[in-house]
Design a protein around this ligand. Structure first.
Ligand SMILES: *[C@@H]1O[C@H](CO)[C@@H](O)[C@H](O)[C@H]1NC(C)=O
Ligand SMILES: *[C@@H]1O[C@H](CO)[C@@H](O)[C@H](O)[C@H]1NC(C)=O
Ligand SMILES: *[C@@H]1O[C@H](CO)[C@@H](O)[C@H](O)[C@H]1NC(C)=O
Ligand SMILES: *[C@@H]1O[C@H](CO)[C@@H](O)[C@H](O)[C@H]1NC(C)=O
Ligand SMILES: *[C@@H]1O[C@H](CO)[C@@H](O)[C@H](O)[C@H]1NC(C)=O
Length: 307
């Protein structure tokens, strides 16, 4: 009987995995900012839906998200969000998705926002990922791959750990009236601020040959060499792994995730296994946890009837 239950439990877990398209990827989203953020997720057209499209993440909290195979999409942070007590509308000062709710439900980030972009199991069955400042910047963010196949792709940490709000040129700066002169909360792209084809890589400037880095994108690139600073910045900003999970950290504080150099050994000392194990054991890791509960509940449901 015990063996039968174990067998069914394993069967259900395996079936669940198959239904979800075989091997899935785990994103560990960590908020190291000393304020609450509301991560938003947007799936690319035609890819499988996610277990969540937006949630709140307190300072120093983490959350595991199970990502379906071949998913492509974006994740970003919303900041300074509030819910209007009269209307119930949920809005954010930066990265708002305009859904009026915590879930973004298919809506993307209104710029400026730092974006993490993924195409899992893309060409050559590689995962492609980058951190982009093409739509501007609001919060520092890094992507650290974990457990990718060694020697495959350029499977290294990337991102923008620097605070660009502080160094943002006045023409691009987004401020809130909290203090005298305002507090910088985001930094627009030159395209958003000026709207010209030259800065937006559109029209006559719509090819890699004609669209060049500008003094503004150059500023972003200097602060964050591995992040996309303008539309055709692919060569130094796209990374690839095979079979990895991804640690996505907002406001990375540790030296490892903060430095995120361009060309480093794929799986170095950057990841603290014992810290990860204790993170994974924490109840805030709701998705993986509730999957287990779901499977267990299914087993006990079957068991009470027919076993
Ligand atoms: C967060 O950190 C910033 C910069 O270190 C500091 O100025 C601010 O007071 C901190 N805020 C909180 C709520 O701890
Ligand atoms: C997040 O912080 C708020 C306000 O401090 C608190 O009410 C809430 O319980 C916290 N959420 C979690 C999951 O710890
Ligand atoms: C809430 O929404 C109402 C109606 O749009 C608006 O008049 C009010 O100023 C809002 N409250 C806050 C705190 O923003
Ligand atoms: C990583 O590899 C991809 C695919 O080969 C390549 O296009 C990209 O330029 C590489 N990125 C870096 C930062 O070297
Ligand atoms: C790894 O994390 C554990 C638990 O947080 C900590 O005690 C340990 O010092 C860390 N080790 C390293 C090498 O950072």
């Amino acid at each position: 009987m015990g063996f039968t239950k174990v067998f069914y439990f394993i069967l259900i877990v395996v079936l669940y995995d198959l239904i979800n398209g075989g091997s899935s990827t785990t994103f560990t989203v960590v908020n190291q900012c000393n304020y609450t953020i509301w991560p938003g997720l947007l799936s690319g057209a035609g890819t499988a839906p996610l277990p969540t499209t937006g949630f709140s993440l307190n300072s120093s909290e983490s959350r595991l998200i199970s990502i379906p195979a071949s998913w492509s999409g974006r994740i970003w942070a919303r900041t300074l969000c509030t819910q209007n007590v009269t209307t119930g509308k949920f809005t954010c000062v930066t990265g708002d998705c305009g859904s009026s709710q915590i879930e973004c439900s298919g809506a993307g980030a209104i710029p400026p926002a730092t974006l993490a972009e993924f195409t899992l199991n893309g060409a050559g069955n590689l995962d492609f990922y980058d951190v982009s400042l093409v739509d501007g910047y609001n919060v520092p963010m890094t992507i650290v791959p974990q457990g990718g196949a060694t020697g495959v792709g350029n499977c290294t940490a990337t991102g923008c750990a620097a605070d660009l709000n502080g160094v943002c040129p006045d023409q691009l700066k987004v401020t809130v009236e909290e203090a005298e002169g305002g507090v910088a909360v985001a930094c627009k792209s030159a395209c958003e601020a000026f709207g010209t084809p030259e800065y937006c890589c559109s029209g006559a400037f719509g090819t890699p040959d004609t669209c060049k880095p500008s003094e503004y994108s150059g500023l972003f690139k200097k602060a964050c060499p591995t992040a996309y600073s303008y539309a055709y910045d692919d060569g130094t900003s796209t990374f690839t792994c095979s079979g990895a999970d991804y640690l996505i950290t907002f406001c990375p504080q540790s030296e490892e995730s903060a430095s995120a150099p361009a060309y480093r050994d794929p799986q170095p000392d950057t990841f603290n296994v014992s810290a990860a194990a204790s993170l994974a054991a924490s109840p805030t890791f709701s998705v993986a946890f509730s999957l287990g509960v779901l499977a267990a509940a299914a087993v006990s449901g079957v068991g009470s009837g027919t076993w």
